[in-house]
Design a protein around this ligand. Sequence first.
Ligand code: ATP
Ligand code: MG
Length: 559
Amino acid sequence: MDSDTAAPRNHFIRTIIDADLAHGRHIALATRFPPEPNGYLHLGHAKSICLNFGLAEDYRGTCNLRFDDTNPEKESQEFEEAIAADVRWLGFSWDTRYFHASDYFPQLYDYAVHLIRAGKAYVDSLAAEEIRIHRGTLTAPGRDSPYRSRSVAENLALFERMRAGEFNDGEHVLRAKIDMASPNINLRDPILYRIRKTPHHRTGATWNIYPMYDYTHCLSDALEGITHSLCTLEFEDHRPLYDWVLDNLPVPCHPQQIEFARLEVNYTITSKRKLHALVAEKLVDGWDDPRLPTLKGLRRRGYTPGALREFCERVGVTKKQTIIDISALETCVRENLDATAPRVMAVLAPLKVVLDNYPAQQVEMLAAANHPKFPELGTRQIPFARELYIERDDFMEVPAKKFHRLAPGQEVRLRYGYLITCREVIKDAQGEIIELRCIYDPATRGGNAPDGRQIKGTLHWVAAPTALRAEVRLYDRLFNVPDPGARDDFRTFLNPDSKQIIADARIEPSLSGSANGAHFQFERVGYFCVDPDSQADLPVFNRTVALRDTWAKVQSATG
Ligand code: ATP
Ligand code: MG
C-alpha cells in the first residue's frame, strides 16, 4: 500500500497469527472479507476490510472477497458491485479471489446429505413458531421435536423433495441434530436449510432451499482454505457451532474463528436497518449523502481512503466493545488532507472591498504557494484587482478586543497580496454594510512591509472581476446527540444544521474545471472537495471537515 510506512500496531489477532506461523500450523495467512450483498458498506465494514485485507498484505498472505449471498430476498447484483467498488476504493485488491457463497451451493447440499446419512441432521416439519417454542430459553432447556427421530431414509427423501421444490416456504427445514439441552442456544439443533422459493440474483431458480449463515460461513471458509476467520463479537456464541459443522464433515481444513469488537462511532449510526430508514424516508439525500457513514457518503464528503485506513489502524483491534469519538475520525481526515490538499482561496460570505488608490482597469498576477509546507508543490498565479471580496466575518465596524482583522483605520495583510487599510464603510438603506473603501500600500507586494512593520491579521480574498461563483455545501454531523442509535427514535435527534448551502461563494479562477472529487484546502476555512453535482458554470464544493474541531469548543462551553 502507498506511503503507509509506519509499523502496524500490534494486537491480539497478530499475536495469534504470529504464533500459528511460528509453530508451522499454516504456511501462509489466508483471510476473507464476507459482506452480504444486501446494502452498502459503511464505516464499520471499513474496519473489517482494513483488518482482513491489511493483515493479508502485512503477512504476504491472501484475502478473499466473498459475498455471503444466502438470502435471495434481500440481495442484489447492484449491492454486490457497489461493495466491490468500495473495497477497491479503500485501496485493496483481491485479484482473482472473488467468490460467492452461492458458488458452493452444490457442495453445501452434498455436505448436508452427508450429515443426514451420519444421523447428524434431520428434516423438521414443525411450524416456525413451534420450533421457536421448542428451542427453550436462556434458563430453560429446549425440547426435542417429534420429527427428530425420523429415519435417515425418510430424511434423505424429504430433503431431496425440499430441494426439488415440492414444498412451500416454511413447511420443512433441515436441522442439525446436536443437543436440545445445550446451555448454548445456538447448539439446540440449529436450522441448516430453509425453503425459499425466491430466485437468487446469481443462481436464478436453481435452488428452492437456501443454507443458513452459520452453516454456510464456516464451510465457505474451509472450502477456500481460510486460516483465520475474523468476525465481530456477537458471533462468539456461534463459534461452537462453527466448529461442530467443520468437525462433522470431511472438509479440507478447519479455519479458526476469532472475534473482535465492532467499530462503533458516536454521533452516527451504522445499523443497516436505520440507514435504510434514513434513505427511504428521505431524511438524507440518498445512500451517498455526504452526512452518512456509508463509504459512498464518506467518499462524496471528501474523506480519503488513506484517512479511513489510518483511522481503522488507530482504533485498533480488541475484544472490548468501546465507542470511538467521531472527532478521532475527523482528525485523521484533517491530517491526511493537510498533507495532500492544495491550498486555494475562496470566500464563502463575500463582502466587497474597493481599493481607491489601485488603477481601475488593472489586473496583476501574484504568485501564491500551492502548499506552504511543501515548496516542491510549486506556486500558481492569482489575479489581484481594484475590487476584491473578503469574508464578511473578517470585518468589524466596531472591532472587539483582540480583533486583528479588518476594521476602520486598521491595516491587514491580504495573503500573497498587499497590505490594505480600511478608510470608509458603505451601507445600504437598511444599514447593512455592502462595501468597504480601502487603500493599498504599493510597496507591500507579496504581503510584506519593507519597513518591517508588524501586521497581525492576514485575510484570504479573491479578486472580484476574475472570481468564479460556486455553490458550497457545509456539512456537519447528522445527529446532535452522541448516541442516536440507542435512542427510542433516532429521527428525533437529527441535527437541523447538518447541511447548509451557500449559493454564491466566490472562488479563485484556478479552480475552474476542477475534477469531481478533487480536494482542496480553502485557506482559513476548511477542506473541501468537488461534488459530482458541479456544472461547468457552477462548481459545487462539499465541506469535508473544518480546519479545527468546532464541536470540542461547543461541548466545553456547554459543560
Ligand atoms: P447484517 O449481517 O445484519 O446484514 P452486517 O453489518 O453484519 O449486517 P455484513 O455484510 O454481514 O453486514 O458484514 C460484512 C462483514 O463486516 C462481517 O464480517 C461483519 O462482521 C463486518 N462488520 C459489519 N459491521 C461492522 C462493524 N461495525 N465493525 C466491524 N466489522 C463490522
Ligand atoms: Mg453480517
